[in-house]
Design a protein around this ligand. Structure first.
Ligand code: C2E
Ligand code: MG
Ligand code: MG
Length: 583
């Protein structure tokens, strides 16, 4: 403690004032369980109460009257402010002394204390004595620290919270305005189909996955970057001090890359992918909030371009974001207004040319008469969860329609109806029960139904998926893997699932006549399917060359514009009647 000027005292005044103030503090201290101190500035001696000593962990006779007993125990970082505050009070700048600081207690640790005091002045108006109390506030301080931690860190992933992220982003925006050469990027990440995993695995496994995902993100960035969980399955990364947009896209690629390794949760392996939107200070000069909003918009763009992608934001996306919001509102009312309908595309047995069945494909007939293909709304329906009621409607409507055809047309009973299932639908725990109800209501024979799922759907929670598939097989449904060859399903798992059909994605079929590699891929898929006792449907047959090629490869079935586009139910019925056999 710095030097305090000591003056001659008017003893009487002091004693009186002291008694008064001591009395005041004693009352407060008794209630608050505080320690007391009484500092004689003239002799530079301090009287510490027993409680004061006890609070620091000492016995009555272990502490002397020296001021150093107090001041030497104060944390070095708190000493300057303590000196200043006391000097300000003694100098009359502050009417009372009050400060929170840390003191070392007997076991060597530092604890937080609140110290209050009042000076007593002599007749000359000079301070001669100071007296006060000491309160242990370590509990309150630790609560505050916890609260602060909670506000700054996400409890599940231990990453920065949205609050802390926005704080750092605000700093970055400010820096970039001050210094032309300073640039940063914001990556907005959203896990693809996380809801499926959460629905099927349960929340604690979902939390575990979020944590592991966060750890992987940390591996992809540098120490000074901020990785944050914004909430739900949304994350954001602030990358500081970049020199070009490429610095940000490199990190996005690194994140995509690292996710090709499955996550090992307690009981199972999980594959996840993430869609990433990127904004940088090279192109945007905005508020922190708008930075994040633009990155979010770009992320949605990435989702719609097939997930597991990254997209860098550009201005025109504002318009897209508005359009998307409008579409989402319309989609929500479309279910109630029954604006959906099914089209049917024939699936042909390639050797004989007869119709083997139909694939039901959803269309959205908007109020203005336009007919939207699924590419324009299926992803949005997935994101909003609307895909679940929509999917059940498709299933029931396709079954009802097919049963109606069978009742009218005897050949139909030899045919199959193929129905697409969405990922969300497939991971519903009540999938099988709902199927049972639909079978009962429509009276359709389940052996006529082929359920199409995609590769990515069977690569989530493997044991749960196997169980779902086995239950569907028990009911005699057939299972097809749609768009085969475009996802990253592990062939190791493929043979262990009860799958009946592989549908070769049309991107291979459509290029097989010009591209040797694509031809080889189709040949391999056909060979693989046959070895695994599965049959093959080729999608996207547009020419007679496609058809010839596929026939030579021994591919059993096919669909495509060469035969017919998807058509409405009236035309489908005509197809059955008029074209029982293609040449
Ligand atoms: P998908 O299941 O692979 O369906 C085949 C798509 O290929 C259909 O597109 C069909 O019109 C198109 N197609 C058929 N032949 C040809 C051809 O020769 N050339 C070309 N270029 N395309 C051909 P569509 O109807 O637009 O459906 C797109 C996707 O939307 C479907 O792909 C399916 O994944 C999804 N989808 C359709 N209906 C439903 C549904 O009810 N539920 C769910 N979850 N998804 C659906
Ligand atoms: Mg399909
Ligand atoms: Mg397909």
């Amino acid at each position: 403690m710095g030097c305090v000027a000591i003056d001659v005292t008017d003893h009487q005044n002091v004693q009186e004032a002291l008694r008064e103030s001591e009395g005041r503090y004693a009352v407060a201290a008794k209630h608050a369980n505080d320690g007391l101190w009484d500092w004689d500035l003239l002799q530079n001696k301090v009287n510490y109460s027993s409680r004061w000593k006890e609070m620091l962990g000492y016995q009555e006779d272990e502490v002397s009257h020296r001021p150093e007993e107090w001041f030497n125990r104060v944390h070095v970082d708190d000493r300057d402010i303590l000196n200043t505050e006391i000097a300000h009070h003694l100098g009359g700048i502050n009417p009372q002394f009050e400060l929170e600081f840390r003191m070392r207690v007997r076991n060597g640790e530092y604890q937080w204390f609140l110290c209050r005091g009042l000076a007593i002045h002599n007749a000359m108006g000079r301070p001669s004595r100071m007296t006060g109390s000491l309160t242990d506030i370590s509990h309150r301080k630790s609560m505050e620290a916890q609260l602060q931690h909670g506000a700054f860190f996400d409890p599940i992933t231990k990453l920065a919270s949205r609050h802390l992220f926005m704080d750092r982003l605000t700093g970055a925006v400010r820096r970039s305005k001050r210094r032309d050469a300073y640039h940063f990027a914001v990556l907005f990440l959203d896990l693809d189909r996380f809801q499926n995993i959460n629905d099927s695995l349960g929340h604690s496994a979902g939390d575990e996955l979020l944590f592991s995902f966060g750890q992987r993100l940390l591996e992809c960035v540098r120490e000074q970057d901020t990785v944050s969980r914004l909430g739900g399955d949304e994350f954001a990364i602030l990358i500081e001090g970049i020199t070009s947009v490429v610095d940000a896209t490199v990190i996005a690629s690194r994140i995509q890359e690292i996710l090709t390794i499955p996550f090992q949760l307690a009981t199972q392996q999980i594959f996840v992918s993430v869609s990433i939107g990127i904004t940088t200070s090279f192109t945007t000069h905005e508020t922190p909030k708008n930075f994040l909003r633009d990155a979010d918009t770009a992320m949605h763009k990435a989702k719609n371009s097939g997930r597991a992608h990254y997209v860098v934001f550009h201005k025109e996306m504002h318009h897209d974001a508005y359009h998307r919001m409008q579409l989402e509102m319309d989609l929500r009312t479309a279910m109630e207004r029954k604006e959906f309908l099914l089209h049917y595309q024939p699936i042909i047995e390639l050797q004989s040319g007869v119709i083997a069945g139909f694939e039901a494909l959803i269309r959205w007939q908007r109020a203005d008469g336009t007919l939207l293909p699924p590419s324009q709304f299926i992803n949005l329906a997935e994101e909003t969860g609307l895909i679940i009621p929509m999917g059940w409607w498709v299933l029931e409507e396709a079954c009802r329609q097919f049963q109606e055809w069978c009742d009218k047309f005897s050949d139909c009973s030899k045919m199959m109806i193929s129905i697409n299932l969405s990922g969300r639908q497939f991971s519903q725990p009540d999938l099988v029960q709902t199927m049972d109800k639909i079978l009962k209501r429509t009276k359709i024979d389940p052996t006529c139904i082929k359920l199409e799922i995609t590769e990515s759907m069977i690569m989530g929670n493997i044991p749960m998926i196997r169980k779902q598939l086995e239950q569907l097989k028990e009911r005699k449904f057939q299972i097809a893997i749609d768009d085969f060859g475009t996802g990253y399903s592990s062939l190791g798992y493929l043979h262990s699932f009860p799958i009946d059909v592989l549908k070769v994605d049309r991107s291979f079929v459509m290029q097989m006549e010009h591209d040797e590699d694509k031809f080889e891929i189709v040949k391999t898929i056909v060979g693989l399917a046959h070895r695994l006792d599965m049959s093959v449907v080729a999608e996207g047959i547009e020419t007679s060359q496609h058809l010839q090629g596929l026939r030579t490869l021994g591919c059993e079935y096919g669909q495509g514009y060469y035969f017919s586009e998807p058509v409405n139910q009236t035309k489908a019925l005509h197809l059955m009647r008029d074209y029982p056999k293609w040449p």
